[in-house]
Design a protein around this ligand. Sequence first.
Ligand code: IMP
Ligand code: MG
Length: 182
Amino acid sequence: MFSYQGKHCRELLSTTAIAERVKALGAEITRAYADRGEDLVLVGVMKGSVIFLSDLARAIDLPLQMELIGIASYGDSTKSSGVVQITSDLTKPIEGKDVIIVEDIVDTGLTVSYLLENFRTRQPRSVKVAALLHKPERSVVKVDIHYLGFTIPNEFVVGYGLDFAQRYRNLPGIMVLEGGEH
Ligand code: IMP
Ligand code: MG
């Protein structure tokens, strides 16, 4: 336990553990897509995934494109409503492409399941999901995560891109914020 910006933090995943896991995921994706040509597109879900996206992309030894998609989900902070809106769309069509959605965390699963459904209408060759974290205890809709970093307990985490009220994204590891109000 240590103090960061006046809050108590407990490290859940160290920078070393994350770096090793991301490298392994990159190698796995490299093997899986090696004979698929040059149509791999990583789609990072803003903003939480951008740090994972940048590390994962550099761990993949294949030609690829990177895209970002912005999402707003309605409902209060504790209950995801499943109503998701695209606030910033892809810059290029994904028709005929091999798409990997890159997410920071799959919590209820509603965001990824919305994106999967939305992307399918754009006729990509394939769509898979890479998520750094998964909180299975919070699952509302079942989502297949093809490339998963870590399964974590039902605790609110920050760092490595994940925020609380837009803060803590730049913490290098994954931390649990102690105390109800963060
Ligand atoms: P969903 O409930 O699977 O739709 O998760 C949607 C989004 O909620 C994730 O992409 C995160 O941005 C955010 N989220 C869920 N759990 C956490 C957490 O523990 N820390 C920070 N953000 C979270
Ligand atoms: Mg997110």
